[in-house]
Design a protein around this ligand. Structure first.
Ligand SMILES: Nc1ncnc2c1ncn2[C@@H]1O[C@H](COP(=O)(O)OP(=O)(O)O)[C@@H](O)[C@H]1O
Ligand SMILES: [Mg+2]
Length: 229
């Protein structure tokens, strides 16, 4: 399944398998939500049904971010192809949310899901193990029903100054994208690396990317880096 981002599909040797889970990790403002929205927009363009679980922003805000990067979700929402599950992270009833997702997924009509973000989910949980059990169950549910997912997360302390991906989460998902800023010639560039990809001989290198008025654009090849300056 295409992620909707050509350069990323190339990095992932064609895209994602049905039922795959992709963790998009990175600090604030690196573009995690944008990657997720592109994935959802691409599905909807192909007539696939999807759910956006948004714990950080109201649907109206998500839709305007999406529109500002050239991804108009409005018609898809109106057609019922894209549905929002918006919950405020404080006082979140995570189990009620799980039940609602489960009900929808078990209808068998959902192909894609964006969960934005796992960090917000974790905020409302009493322990790490409760959080991990929740994500594990969610991924199991999605995988069983062939729902392909993008889950966003911040980084946690450790693994250098930028932080690291929660190692338990890293084990659970099929693929991991790390988004970060890199200083190059005095300019800050956005970089994406594929840290993990189950089932393919993936390209482990890093590539530059841009968030543009026509979506997320990932460099096609290392040589083209020069052109992206
Ligand atoms: N229309 C736009 N054109 C270019 N860049 C944009 C646009 N809208 C947002 N951005 C950039 O996208 C980034 C935020 O993306 P977002 O996906 O919300 O990040 P995250 O979810 O990781 O916090 C910021 O760096 C912002 O500058
Ligand atoms: Mg975000």
């Amino acid at each position: 399944m295409s992620t909707g981002i050509e350069g990323l599909d190339i990095m992932m040797e064609g895209g994602m398998f049905r039922g795959f889970s992709l963790l998009v990790a990175g600090g604030p403002g690196t573009g995690k939500t944008s990657f997720g929205l592109q994935f959802i927009h691409e599905g909807a363009r192909q007539g696939e049904r999807s759910i956006i679980v948004s714990l950080s922003a109201r649907p109206t805000k998500v839709m305007s971010l999406s529109a500002s990067i050239g991804l108009d979700l409005q018609p898809f929402v109106e057609q019922g192809l894209v549905s929002f599950f918006y919950r405020f992270p404080t006082g979140l009833n995570a189990h009620e949310l799980f039940f609602q997702i489960q009900q929808r997924v078990e209808e068998g009509t959902v192909q894609r899901l964006l969960f934005d973000s796992l960090s917000d989910l974790q905020t409302g949980m009493t322990s790490r193990s409760e959080f991990h059990d929740y994500v594990y169950s969610l991924l199991d549910l999605l995988g069983t029903h062939g729902v392909t997912s993008v889950l966003t997360t911040g980084l946690e302390e450790g693994g250098g100054q930028e932080g690291q991906v929660d190692p338990t989460l890293a084990m659970m998902v099929d693929a991991i994208l790390l988004l970060r800023f890199e200083e190059l010639h005095g300019r800050r560039r956005k970089m994406v690396s594929l840290l993990k990809m189950r089932g393919t001989d993936h390209d482990a290198g890093s590539r530059g990317f841009k968030i543009t008025s026509h979506g997320v654009v990932v460099e096609a090849a290392f040589i083209e880096r020069e052109l992206f300056r």
